[in-house]
Design a protein around this ligand. Sequence first.
Ligand SMILES: [Zn+2]
Length: 135
Amino acid sequence: MLATVPKRPCRACGLGFVPDARNSHHQTCCTRTACVRRRKRARQRLWHRDRYASDASFREAAKSRVRRHRKRASVAQAQGPPTSAAEGRLRQLEHAFLGMAMQMAEESDACQARELMSAWADTGRRGGAGIASGP
Ligand SMILES: [Zn+2]
């Protein structure tokens, strides 16, 4: 007769689970998707907090990332949703050009890439002065 493996309560969800035989001395949580994700988030949060506290360059990069994100979010909020299908398409084109500029210049900062696009537009205007620009 097989010995019954005792169930233990999961630290995350509280439901009983049977620990993996090869890892039973470590395992305190079950393998349900929600619990695995919750543990992973907690592990990553802890890793980020430790790294943020101990690594000055990581901290500066994180702050810069947050500043960029906030700036981008405020620009997006100021713009609001497109008011017409044409405006939506225009924005999509702008995003496509911005993406191309970022890839061509190997630039990860969208603000820098926008400045680059603006300079290209000036160059285009100067170069295209003799070209008919439509009706
Ligand atoms: Zn669980």
